[in-house]
Design a protein around this ligand. Structure first.
Ligand code: ZN
Length: 277
């Protein structure tokens, strides 16, 4: 199995001279099985670059969305395969609280926010609104488990299994929110236990709290401590604050590796990073 990062930024895209090392695109991770079947996690602006590559493949496309905040759906109107005639695209939306906006990824293409209407797209697009409410399901040969995110508006975390490899994708998620949790620390430990790769939101530093406590993101230390408890093999933190510079992310990575590196392999997510399992 191959895992490739196309977007690691949270909240909004961030294209500046001092973000190009880690990348400025919002959430998108691509997983490809050894048999060529693939899965896309989230449709932030990172999916645009991935779309160009997928034009060369003719296989059906499967997208799992965590939730519908802009930074997880905004790349979709620029995802080139949706303009391919009869290209099969299945989107499983996250289990969000507002059931009336489950189809936000398509409805953003209704004229007000984007000139092309989703009804006019030539691809065969199927929106599945029930899959992510199941604890386990199989899609495109991937065995997937779910857990509810601690995030305003709700959403879904995914553990993806294939080729005897387990990848956990948990974003956006606040491990220690002020309100009642949907998923507790112990439940997260069980969910991600032994993962070959944990991809987890860590947008905040301790200094960002208490102002942002309750905004639905975790701190870098909370994620490192969770990963150690769950004995995961590799950790990549994502959903970087859009104002965070490359220099600051290098410093964060160094801090994490100095403080936790003896117990876990941890790094800041960057576009183009590939894991081969
Ligand atoms: Zn969010």
């Amino acid at each position: 199995m191959k895992v490739e990062f196309f977007g690691v930024r949270g909240s909004m895209a961030s294209a500046r001279n001092n973000t190009h090392v880690f990348g400025g695109n919002t959430s998108c991770v691509y997983i490809e099985q050894n048999n060529g079947k693939d899965l896309i996690l989230d449709s932030g602006t990172g999916i645009v670059e991935l779309g160009t590559r997928l034009l060369e493949k003719e296989n059906p496309i499967t997208i799992l969305l965590t939730h519908n905040h802009w930074d997880h759906i905004q790349g979709f109107p620029f995802f080139k395969p949706i303009y391919q005639l009869n290209r099969d695209i299945t989107i499983a939306v996250g289990n969000v609280d507002d059931k009336k906006s489950e189809d936000a990824i398509l409805k953003q293409m209704s004229g007000s926010y984007f000139p092309v209407c989703y009804e006019d797209l030539p691809a065969n697009i199927t929106l599945n609104t029930t899959l992510s409410s199941q604890k386990h399901f199989t899609i495109n040969d991937f065995s997937v488990s779910t857990a509810p995110l601690n995030h305003p508006g709700g959403g879904t975390a995914y553990c993806v299994n294939a080729d005897e490899t387990k990848v956990a994708y948990v974003t956006d998620n606040e491990l220690n929110p002020p309100e009642k949790v949907k998923t507790s620390i112990n439940e997260w430990v069980n969910f991600i236990k032994g993962a070959d790769l944990l991809i987890h939101d860590a947008q905040f530093l301790d200094i960002d709290l208490p102002l942002k406590h309750g905004w639905g993101h975790s701190t870098i230390d909370q994620v490192a401590e969770l990963a150690i408890k769950a004995k995961v093999k590799n950790v990549v933190i994502i959903s970087h604050d859009p104002s965070r510079t490359d220099e600051q992310l290098v410093a964060i990575e160094k801090y994490l590796q100095t403080n936790y590196g003896q117990k876990i392999t941890i790094e800041c997510g960057r576009e183009g990073r590939v894991f081969d399992f």
